[in-house]
Write a protein that binds this ligand. Structure first.
Ligand code: MSP
Length: 516
């Protein structure tokens, strides 16, 4: 044990009415990068993803597909597991809300809320959007071009009238506002926190949390005419996977609370409803709620009707997996909306990866093969420039930790690329190829400094580009056991005389360049 605190991170669980698209891949990718970073940094990590399988939307999709809901869920849920493999996601668990462990947990939470008098039976009459699985008030609705009423998200709404259990959300307004004030980084980014605050300050209505007009859901304990509203069921997944209802078990105590990552569209459920449920049940609150932005495609909103859905496996086939992982994490300031374009992706592949990073590694390794017998070179005394470059590389670990502490993936990558830029300038300035004749000992030192810098860079790019970083580390003969972040220091620097394998390019240029 490292003595570092365990780290629990979750993606939203994805509705199985749809196949995976870039939005799903993006949320999970961000979690994967954090999970990998924390593991490499010596934390025990639980990284959870999964599928949200109940509710009216899934029931309808199954009906349209002409199969029973459970078989439908089994089929589509599998596509999300496949996405995990294709994208090299390192999730430790994959939860499905139709699993017995979850049904037990959701019912246990319900009983707890009921026993705490946070639930009462009444009637619901109002607007419901199946697409969002959300209730809306009259004054939130807008008019569609054909006069129909629409939710603020643009989803069609229908009038629902049925008996329903309610959660006393209105009773939690003050405690929620207190929470947002006392823990300013509970919701990030800050702009989102302000949105949530003003929503809650505007007043909260009690929340309908059961349905009777369809049956695809978890039965309400002791009242089987009702099934749970899909969001109370879905949110509970985060504690199910940590071992709930065994609240006092070792698992729950070591993992909970979690950092919840999601897109901005589902922030309200996570930042308002979920903490209120937990408060009512006397369970600890999440560590953080982070809401990231949305992607457009070539400047346009992504939608099925426009036919511009970005299929995760397509972009991987086109640009390469690590190239896509890098592009998505670098292209946008995390938290903001961003645009995915072919031009942008090619620029990242060719400029940042092939030219800057790939070329640095490749140049250094080939010069070592040619001029140093394919071994980590011997080095003489380091000059101020040599030491400055290596110190800056070692310093990246703390810089990266600080950025990832607020999920600023783009800033971490910018900092790493600054050092890549420094290293490339150092190559040009020291011109090791010219030193070969004039001062071979100095050449060896320069190549040593560069190889050591590349080692540190490759260690730090592992969370974002696991395969490519591993290839670079293989070429530097860094063993599997020496790839944790505690090796990022001069004490673990490359050992002169170590034989290196024949170097190979890691980041090919994107060739078929219709964007050029
Ligand atoms: N089932 C709920 C979540 C329950 S969590 C307790 C749900 N599922 S979803 O399948 O619709 O999730 C979609 C996820 O993908 C959300 O985080 C959403 O923000 C994200 N995205 C969907 N389209 C997106 C983009 N175009 N761009 C980025 N992310 C987007 O909501």
């Amino acid at each position: 044990m490292s003595g570092k605190p365990p780290f629990y991170i979750t993606t939203p669980i994805y509705y199985v009415n749809d196949n995976p698209h870039i939005g799903h891949a993006y949320t999970t990718l961000a979690c994967d990068v954090l999970a990998r970073f924390m593991r490499l940094d010596g934390h025990e990590v639980m990284f959870l993803t999964g599928t949200d399988e109940h509710g009216q939307k899934v029931e309808k999709a199954a009906e349209e597909a002409g199969i029973d809901p459970q078989s439908f869920c089994d089929k589509v849920s599998e596509n999300f597991r496949i996405l995990s493999k294709e994208w090299n996601f390192s999730n430790d668990d994959f939860i499905r809300t139709t699993e017995p462990r979850h049904v037990e947990s959701a019912q246990a939470l319900w009983r707890k809320l009921r026993d705490a008098d946070a639930i009462y039976l009444d009637h619901y009459e109002g607007w419901y959007a199946v697409r969002d699985e959300a209730f809306y008030a009259e004054d939130e609705l807008t008019q569609g071009s054909d006069g129909t009423k629409l939710a603020p998200t643009g989803a069609p709404v229908e009038w629902v009238k049925e008996p329903s259990y309610f959660f006393r959300l209105s009773a939690f307004q003050d405690r929620l506002l207190e929470l947002y004030d006392s823990r300013p980084d509970f919701i990030l980014p800050e702009s989102r926190r302000n949105e949530v605050k003003s929503f809650v300050a505007g007043g909260l209505r009690d929340l309908s949390i059961s349905r009777t007009s369809f049956s695809w859901g978890i039965p309400v304990p002791d009242d089987p005419d009702h099934i749970m509203y899909v969001w109370i069921d879905a949110l509970t997944n985060y504690i199910t996977a940590a071992g709930y209802p065994d609240e006092n078990g070792e698992n729950f105590k070591s993992w909970w609370p979690a950092l919840h990552m999601m897109g901005k569209d589902i922030l309200r459920f996570h930042a308002v409803y979920w903490p209120a449920f937990l408060m009512a049940a006397g369970i600890g609150l999440p560590k953080r709620i982070y809401a990231h932005g949305w992607w457009t495609s070539e400047g346009q909103k992504i939608s099925k009707s426009l036919g511009n859905v970005i299929v995760p496996s397509d972009i991987v086939a086109r640009y390469g997996l690590d190239q896509v992982r890098y592009t998505l994490m670098r292209e946008v300031s995390f938290g903001n909306d961003g645009d995915f374009s072919h031009r942008g992706a090619v620029q990242r592949c060719n400029h940042d990866l092939a030219n800057d990073y790939g070329n640095l590694a490749q140049r250094v390794l080939s010069m070592i093969t040619k001029n140093c017998d394919g071994q980590v070179p011997e080095h003489g005394d380091f000059t101020a420039e040599d030491s400055a470059l290596m110190a800056k590389a070692y310093g990246l670990l703390q810089v990266s930790r600080d950025h990832l502490d607020t999920q600023a993936f783009h800033l971490m990558l910018q900092s790493i690329w600054n050092v890549i830029g420094d290293a490339n300038r150092y190559v040009d300035e020291t011109a090791p190829w010219a030193l070969k004749k004039t001062d071979p000992a100095r050449m060896a030192t320069v190549l040593y400094v560069l190889a050591e810098t590349v080692r540190v860079l490759a260690l730090l790019t592992q969370p974002v580009m696991p395969d490519s970083s591993s290839k670079i580390l293989d070429q530097l003969a860094v063993g599997e056991g020496d790839r944790q972040f505690d090796r990022i220091s001069a004490d673990h620097a490359l050992t002169s005389g170590t034989a290196l394998p024949k170097p190979q390019g890691v980041f090919p240029r994107y060739q078929n360049d219709e964007a050029a």
